[in-house]
Design a protein around this ligand. Structure first.
Ligand code: SF4
Length: 322
């Protein structure tokens, strides 16, 4: 494997079983992630974007092994972590962390900030109380919180500050990789860019690699080096951000990009409005999963699933048009 690759996912499927009937037997599956492959280089931010329910959060949680994939492989820093359990998984966990969407739900409001941020240090290292406290105060400063936050409760902080606490906690074990799952979508617009810029600064300072998940294309563009567009459990297109925004190839990406407002009112662009709703991931359409909404679908699209392939330097697309 290329030495510069930190994370590689190969043909990952993550299905949620649907239980039904008197005996609660498995009667079907929600195919949340359905055969996804990509890699993330060291120090890079890969953005994952798509509408809610497209599988991007499931993908993030699968990589950090909060979810067990149904099949496929996750290679982290050269090691296959797909089936790790118990002690081995625990010891790998310190290298990858997650920042969650909702800082209100992900932090216990009645816990002191010092306890929240020091918990991973206490659980994973043999540091003394004094060393742990010093480290936590250092982390709080790094994320822009005052040292006296240490002895306050999480509920005493605003949404943006709580997200900073969540970020400090994610950094506590000096991870190499962070999955940030919609880290600003629950925050006021006025504080969103502060938290995004903080994530960027921390990335530079700690040489972090990010998987950045969001539904908002402008936010993903601001943060990412490369971007993968997900739809119904599949990657539709993956490219560096410049080519993705300047020259989207997939009809779904074209529709998403056309909906981004342009700051210059003189520059008009035609918005592509997709008809219909996203189909259920329990019964995804045959062939190309996007064919029920694709404005340029052909007959073969209803039968043959397109494969994600490179059509230009580093620009991959899953569509029969290419
Ligand atoms: Fe549209 Fe067909 Fe391409 Fe799917 S494969 S995006 S249905 S043209």
């Amino acid at each position: 494997m290329n030495d510069n690759i930190l994370v590689k996912v190969e043909h990952i499927k993550t299905y949620y079983p649907i239980k039904g009937g008197f005996l609660r037997k498995t009667i079907g599956f929600v195919k949340a992630v359905d055969d996804v492959s990509f890699h993330i280089e060291k120090g890079e931010t890969l953005g994952l974007v798509g509408e809610s329910g497209c599988g991007k959060s499931t993908m993030g949680r699968t990589i950090v092994r909060l979810l067990q994939p149904t099949s496929g492989n996750i290679i982290f820093d050269g090691k296959n972590i797909t089936s790790l359990r118990g002690k081995e998984l625990r010891s790998m966990r310190k290298h990858f962390q997650m920042v969650f969407q909702d800082p209100y739900a992900s932090l216990n409001p009645m816990q002191m900030v010092g306890d929240i941020v020091s918990e991973p240090i206490r659980n994973y290292t043999g540091r003394s109380l004094r060393e742990t406290k010093d480290e936590v105060i250092h982390l709080l400063e790094k994320v822009g919180l005052p040292a006296d936050a240490y002895s306050k409760y999480a509920h005493q902080f605003s949404g943006g500050q709580r997200q900073r606490i969540g970020i400090a906690r994610a950094l506590a074990l000096k991870p190499k990789f962070i999955v940030a799952d919609e880290p600003v979508s629950a925050l006021d617009v006025s504080v969103q860019s502060q938290v995004l810029n903080l994530l960027k600064e921390l990335q530079r300072e700690f040489s972090l690699t990010y998987l950045f998940i969001a539904h908002d294309l402008s936010v993903v563009k601001h943060m990412s080096d490369r971007i993968g567009v997900m739809y119904l459990g599949h990657i539709m297109e993956l490219a560096d951000k410049k080519s993705l925004y300047a020259n989207p190839l997939h009809p779904y990406t074209q529709a998403l990009v056309s909906a981004i407002p342009v700051p210059d009112p003189q520059k008009k662009k035609e918005r592509i409005v997709l008809q219909g709703d996203v189909p259920s991931p329990i019964h995804p359409p045959k062939g190309c999963v996007f064919h029920t909404r694709c404005p340029v679908a052909r007959r073969e699209c209803q039968e043959v699933p397109p494969v994600l392939k490179e059509v230009r330097d580093g620009h991959q697309v899953a569509c029969h048009l290419y």
